[in-house]
Design a protein around this ligand. Structure first.
Ligand code: BGC
Length: 413
């Protein structure tokens, strides 16, 4: 009787989850649309309106492994803000020595003024330099700034728009490197050398490429999602010159912002978009990345509970509260060995009365939402790999993808 009840409710739940299950044909269609959007983003006259921005990065080569030196680095735009001191020593066979410190960015600062944000960054860097005994030195600095920027040069980069819950005033449309330098000068207690600004996808490709020269794609699946790759200069119409290559920051998170993904968006995706602080933008990102996955799962669970397919129809305050089902729960619930037990503990903490079948259904929901995320990333990655292959006139391309991001690191599958 128990197993009969289980399979009946599973069948009914599966119907609700159907819209999240994308067939291979659908994924190929999605890939074909992205391919077209890549061309629009690269075009001299079409890029202004293109949902996928294809931003030149002014990075013209991947590392060859001989790089060396002493650098500072800032990393802003993921789960944490980090300050680092990196030493690259060629003689010792690519030894990377790294000290780092994580600084919290309080929620109200993410929504405050740009000046407050950059003052905070400059203060964190100052504390770090003191702790590392580096204040007297003027080291070059790599600034990983993980938001879409119209890059004018490697050290001049205009923020197009905030994403991932940031919305500081007075930064969009401004040169972010300049804002950082100004904040440091306002303090006047230390200085930095030349600055190179990169997107996190580019930083990931470069650091992976330092060890593996066949790495020419970088991908992030974290709080947000995005990828970059090495494009032929002759196709980068916005930058002078025909020779060689340049890394392009695709900003694939914006895919679908012109409505091209309407057919695969579910009612839950639409609610997530509507409730976000950037409605109508980063459609693709909102189906994939860590900032949104937990919330999609929560909305599905709410609906299943309302329709009496979960918890005997009894919800809880926590389940009804946006943001309370965290993305990290998905990873915990999908763990191979302890997943069900984790699910049960999480449901208890959310104030829900569950039976075995409920924990199984919750696990199925998590698996469905994260599988969709993975498939969409795979389709988009295949679009990039195919583009590089065709660019080079090859039948077959062998390449390496550098990947990072909290979802990628933490999800068990
Ligand atoms: C940003 C990208 C970034 C990605 C991953 C997106 O929201 O627009 O610039 O690479 O998140 O961090």
């Amino acid at each position: 009787i128990v197993s009969h009840r289980l399979s009946v409710s599973f069948l009914m739940v599966q119907e609700y989850l159907e819209p999240f299950c994308l067939s291979l044909e659908k994924l190929q269609e999605v890939s074909a649309r992205l391919k077209r959007d890549f061309s629009r983003g690269l075009g001299k006259h079409s890029h202004h309106k293109a949902p996928v921005k294809m931003l030149p990065t002014f990075v013209r080569a991947t590392p060859d492994g001989t790089e060396k030196g002493d650098f500072l680095a800032l990393d802003l735009g993921g789960t944490n803000f980090r300050v680092l001191h990196v030493r690259v020593v060629e003689e010792q066979q690519k030894v990377l020595k790294m000290d780092s410190q994580i600084c919290a960015i309080p929620q109200d600062m993410m929504l405050g003024t740009g000046e407050q944000l950059f003052d905070h960054i400059a203060a964190c860097l100052s504390d770090f330099l003191v702790s590392q005994d580096l204040k007297g030195q003027t080291l070059p600095l790599g600034f990983t700034f993980s938001f879409p920027c119209e890059q004018k040069e490697i050290d001049k980069s205009i923020l197009i728009r905030w994403t991932k819950g940031f919305n500081c005033s007075g930064v969009e449309g401004k040169d972010v490197v300049k804002l950082l330098k100004e904040a440091i000068h306002r303090r006047g207690d230390y200085d930095i050398g030349s600055v190179a600004m990169v997107n996190d996808t580019v930083g990931t490709m470069m650091s992976c490429g330092y060890r593996d020269q066949s790495c020419e794609i970088g991908m992030i699946i974290g709080t947000g999602t995005n990828a970059c790759y090495m494009e032929e200069m002759k196709n980068v119409k916005r930058v002078e010159g025909e020779d060689g290559r340049m890394c392009i920051n695709t900003e694939w998170g914006g895919f679908g912002d012109d409505g091209s993904l309407k057919d695969i968006q579910t009612e839950f995706d639409r609610v997530v978009d509507k409730m976000s602080i950037n409605t109508g933008v980063h459609t693709f990102e909102k189906m994939i990345s860590g900032m949104y996955l937990g919330e999609i799962v929560r909305l599905v669970l709410v609906k299943l509970t309302e329709d009496k397919l979960l918890f005997k129809g009894q919800s809880s305050e926590a389940l009804k509260t946006p943001g309370r089902f965290e993305t990290k729960f998905i990873s915990e619930i999908e763990e191979q060995d302890n997943g069900l037990e984790n699910a049960q503990n999480i449901l208890t903490k959310l104030g829900l009365k569950w039976e075995l079948v409920d924990s199984r259904v919750v696990r199925l929901v998590c698996d469905t939402i994260s599988s969709r995320s993975a498939r969409l990333c795979a389709a988009a990655l295949a679009t990039i790999a195919n583009r590089i292959r065709v660019n080079r006139g090859l039948d077959h391309l062998k390449t390496t993808v550098g990947v990072d991001g909290t979802v990628y690191r933490k999800h068990p599958k």
